[in-house]
Design a protein around this ligand. Structure first.
Ligand SMILES: [Zn+2]
Length: 464
C-alpha cells in the first residue's frame, strides 16, 4: 500500500486548478494496480475518458482539481468496473427457458432450435439491451460477447454506454444470421470492417463456437482474419469431459494441442470454459499466452465439471471470470460468480487456502481485462487508463463491519450493492438509476418479445 501523502500544491483560487469532469471523493479506493495500492479515504479524478489522478483524499485533491461533478463516496468502495469475460448477452431472452438437463440435450434439443426459431436482429438488439441494463446495475463495465446479428449487439453497446468486445459467432452449420456457412468468412470480414472504428467502446472480434462445430479450415481462416485485423479470437474449449474425449477419439489429439497445431493459440485468443485440460494442455496454454474465461456458474449448472483454476493461477495464465449466457447461469451478476469461484475450488480440492479472495477480485478486474486483450486500457485505477469505475455502498447490514474489502467483495457483496457506475468517463448509473438509456422502455420491449417466445412454447406443447 502506498502511504505517500500528496502535499497541497496551491491554496489559491480556482484559476490554478485543473478542470476535470468528475472527482470521486472519500471512499476506500482499491486500484487493483500491480502494487495493490489502496487509498482510504481516497479520490479519483476523471477528465474526458480517462483517469487523470488517484490518491488519498487530502487537501491536495481540493487544491488541485476543479471538478464539474463530485461523487461523494463516503462509506463506499471505489474500484475498477468488473469485466465479464464470456457471455452471449442476447440470451437474456432465454433466461429460464430450459433448465436442469445435460449440456448436449440443453444445447441441441432446446437452445439451438429456439435460436433457429426466434433469433433475429430485433431480438438480439432487445436481449442485449436487457443484458446491458442488468450488467451495468451489477457493476460490469466491460463484457466479452459472442453471438449472432452482431451489428445489433454493437449498436446496443454503443447506445447504452457500456464497453464490449463483440464477437461474431461462427459455426459450420446454418446459424440464425448465416444460413449458408460458406458465407461465414464474408460475414466476419464485413462485421470487422464496419465496426473497427465505429465506437471507442466497441471492439469487434470473431467467436468460433468450438473445435467440434468448426472445421480446421474455418478455425484457421478466422484466426488469420483476427490476426490481420488485430482483434480478439474467441472459442469455447473443452467444456465437458465427453466433448474432450470424443474429440480425442476422433482426431487422436487433445483439443488444446489441436488448436495449438492449427496456430490458433496466442495472446490474442480467449478460450472459454477450459474445464477438461490435462497438465500438458495447461502448459501449452500458458506458453501460448492465451487468456482463459472461467465460467464457474454455467459449469456448475450444466454439471460440466470444475476447471483447474488453481493451476491456471499458479502458472500465471491470464484468467478472468465469465457469466456465460443467461440460459445457463441464469444471472449476469459477476459478484455472485466471484463468490462461487472462491468457494467451488475450495470444496473441490478440500483446501480452504486455494483461490483466495484477492485473486478472485483480480480475476474480475485486471486479469480479466488482460485475458480479453484490454489490459492496457481498463481493469485497474491508474493514471492514463480509461475511466471505468464503480462505487459500491458499504452501508447495508450484510456488509458491516469491514475489515478486508476484498473479502467483502467476494463473500458478502451483491450486484445490488453497486451504487454508481462510470464507463469511459461518463456516469451511466447514479444511485442505482441507469442514466444512459431508458430501462423501462427496454423492459417493455423485452416483455413483447418474450410473450412471442412463450406463446410458441405453449403451441409446441399443445400439438403433442
Ligand atoms: Zn458460452
Amino acid at each position: 500500500m502506498s502511504m505517500k501523502l500528496h502535499a497541497p500544491l496551491s491554496s489559491r483560487g480556482n484559476e490554478n486548478k485543473m478542470e476535470v469532469d468528475i472527482v470521486i471523493l472519500g471512499g476506500w479506493v482499491l486500484t487493483l494496480d500491480n502494487a495493490k495500492t489502496t487509498y482510504n479515504p481516497g479520490f479519483v479524478a476523471i477528465k474526458d475518458h480517462y483517469i487523470v489522478d488517484a490518491g488519498f483524499s487530502t487537501a491536495y485533491c481540493a487544491s488541485k482539481y476543479n471538478p464539474k461533478t463530485i461523487i461523494d463516496a463516503t462509506n463506499c468502495l471505489v474500484m475498477p468496473g468488473l469485466i465479464n469475460t464470456h457471455t452471449h448477452a442476447a440470451m437474456t431472452l432465454f433466461r429460464g427457458y430450459a433448465d436442469d438437463m445435460p449440456l448436449k440435450e440443453w444445447l441441441f434439443d432446446h437452445i439451438f432450435p429456439a435460436e433457429a426459431k426466434h433469433v433475429n436482429e430485433s431480438l438480439v438488439y432487445q436481449g442485449t439491451r436487457l443484458a446491458i441494463a442488468e450488467m451495468l446495475k451489477n457493476g460490469i463495465t466491460t463484457f466479452c460477447d459472442g453471438y449472432f446479428f452482431c451489428s445489433a449487439v454493437a449498436e446496443a453497446v454503443s447506445e447504452c454506454g457500456i464497453r464490449a468486445v463483440v464477437g461474431q459467432g461462427i459455426l459450420d452449420y446454418p446459424t440464425p444470421d448465416t444460413q449458408d456457412p460458406s458465407s461465414n468468412y464474408t460475414t466476419a470480414v464485413k462485421f470487422i470492417e464496419k465496426y473497427h472504428r465505429f465506437s471507442d467502446r466497441v471492439y469487434p472480434s470473431i467467436f468460433c463456437h468450438s473445435p467440434y462445430t468448426c472445421s480446421d479450415e474455418t478455425l484457421i481462416r478466422m484466426k488469420e482474419l483476427c490476426a490481420s485485423a488485430g482483434v480478439l479470437f474467441q472459442i469455447h474449449l473443452s467444456e465437458t469431459e465427453n466433448e474432450a474425449s470424443e474429440f480425442e477419439g476422433e482426431k487422436n489429439t487433445r483439443p488444446t494441442f489441436h488448436l495449438k497445431n492449427l496456430g490458433i493459440l496466442d495472446s490474442r485468443t480467449l478460450v472459454a470454459h477450459a474445464v477438461w485440460l490435462n497438465e500438458e494442455e495447461i502448459q501449452v496454454l500458458k506458453e501460448s499466452g492465451a487468456g482463459v474465461s472461467h465460467v464457474v456458474s454455467s459449469n456448475m449448472k450444466l454439471a460440466a465439471g470444475v476447471a483447474p483454476l488453481p493451476k491456471y493461477l499458479e502458472t500465471g495464465i491470464n484468467v478472468g471470470i465469465g457469466t456465460d449466457g443467461c440460459a445457463s447461469n441464469n444471472r449476469l451478476d459477476l459478484l455472485r460468480d466471484m463468490d462461487l469461484t472462491a468457494k467451488v475450488h475450495k470444496v473441490w480440492s478440500a483446501d480452504p487456502t486455494v483461490v483466495p479472495a484477492f485473486s478472485v477480485v483480480e480475476m474480475a478486474t485486471r486479469r480479466g481485462a488482460a485475458a480479453i486483450g484490454l489490459g492496457k486500457k481498463t481493469g485497474s485505477i491508474e493514471k492514463g487508463k480509461l475511466a471505468d469505475l464503480i462505487v459500491l455502498s458499504m452501508e447495508a447490514p450484510h456488509l458491516a463491519p469491514v475489515y478486508d474489502p476484498y473479502s467483502h467483495l467476494v463473500y458478502c457483496a451483491k450486484g445490488s450493492d453497486v451504487r454508481d457506475v462510470i464507463v469511459n468517463g461518463k456516469i451511466v448509473v447514479r444511485e442505482r438509476q441507469i442514466l444512459s438509456f431508458d430501462e423501462m422502455e427496454v423492459m417493455e420491449k423485452v416483455s413483447e418479445v418474450s410473450s412471442r417466445i412463450k406463446n410458441s412454447q405453449i403451441r409446441v406443447g399443445e400439438s403433442k
